[in-house]
Design a protein around this ligand. Sequence first.
Ligand SMILES: CC(=O)SCCNC(=O)CCNC(=O)[C@H](O)C(C)(C)COP(=O)(O)OP(=O)(O)OC[C@H]1O[C@@H](n2cnc3c(N)ncnc32)[C@H](O)[C@@H]1OP(=O)(O)O
Ligand SMILES: O=C([O-])CC(=O)C(=O)O
Length: 391
Amino acid sequence: MNAAHTPATHTPAAQTPAANGMKDMIACQTRISSIVDDRLAYAGYDISELMENNASFEEVIYLLWNLHLPTQVELNHFVRELRANYEISDAVEQCILIQSRRHLHPMSVLRSTVSLLGVYNVRAEDTSVDARYDQSIQLMAKMPTIIATFARLRRGLVPLAPRTDLSFAANFLYMLTGHEPTALEEEAMNKALILHADHELNASTFAARVCASTLSDIYSCVTTAIGTLKGPLHGGANERVFEMLTEIRERVDAGGSVSDYLGQKLSSEEKIMGFGHRVYKTRDPREQYLRAMAEELTTGTENAVWYELSREIEDYMKNTKGLIPNVDFYSATVYHTLGIDRDIFTLIFAMSRVSGWIAHIQEQQKHNKLIRPRSQYVGLSGLTYEAVGRR
Ligand SMILES: CC(=O)SCCNC(=O)CCNC(=O)[C@H](O)C(C)(C)COP(=O)(O)OP(=O)(O)OC[C@H]1O[C@@H](n2cnc3c(N)ncnc32)[C@H](O)[C@@H]1OP(=O)(O)O
Ligand SMILES: O=C([O-])CC(=O)C(=O)O
């Protein structure tokens, strides 16, 4: 090294150092969802309103996209549009088949297949209001079909055609498992979809908005968001929660305990998946509904063990670290009980969150300003170039 480590002189003055992951920084304005005092609301409706009055996921998509709940006529029309777009083309199915033969992570398959939807849509670059709405409906409607098609093909099963007489939630479970869900299973899936639909400026939504702010197309924005959701510190945590539950169960069966397992992980400074949150401090308001669903779905069944272990983990984490379970913790048991493979969990999150991503992409582009913050340079400066042979 031939220069002193001199502080950079060209960084913007009075900037908060970004070393804390932009914690608590306001990066945009939105009308889509809010988190205030550990309460989550969609366009002004607290999620408890939607949960306790049995809203449908279709109504919630409409709410996020239009900022008001639909009338019956509006809802009927919207549901018809969604159902008319459930099917995927043979070309897309062939691409899923090719990907299902490799040992790819399902989130990578979803990311690539959403990108392919753009490749096969001849109007993908059309930015008229009309074309964008059509792209949004198509993306929303085809996500369940892509996921169920992949999940069946990789098991060597024939994909099932979507059922336009079923709700969004029930149609997905039908395409995945091959049988119509019970009323309780449909309700659980519908509620899980609503609870995951939007969440202010989480990492994947922020990524989608950054992409949207360059005026890129919706397929690029959603692909960006899927890649961001995949990580274990974000949506990818739900898959790891079930992995942990499985490990703990084996440990307990072999005579160990939940507290030994967690104590060891914590003392080696490992994160416990499904706990902690960047914004919520006292509770994640979605968790209570997922916990109640996990209990209802598992009581008296062979799956009760997952719920019981989860309660024990929750108590330990609260008592020893003061950490709260987040949305990913109990959703793992709910999804497992609904017959969903562990590595598909995060795709269910994406199938719901795409409704929020699309709302944010549209909002960003409606009042657009390129998102381009600054970084604080903390490296060396003033170095002199030396020919390669002299270094
Ligand atoms: C849908 C979602 O994206 S919800 C989040 C899903 N992600 C997870 O469940 C992964 C596990 N959780 C985490 O990694 C974190 O809690 C995050 C990423 C969600 C939030 O992170 P941050 O806001 O940056 O908090 P940070 O990681 O700084 O944690 C603060 C303190 O709590 C501890 N902590 C936070 N979460 C956990 C956890 N899950 N397990 C153990 N310790 C934890 C940290 O070690 C840190 O302790 P320290 O102050 O002694 O160093
Ligand atoms: O908001 C966040 O940081 C993560 C989260 O809970 C979500 O995306 O649902």
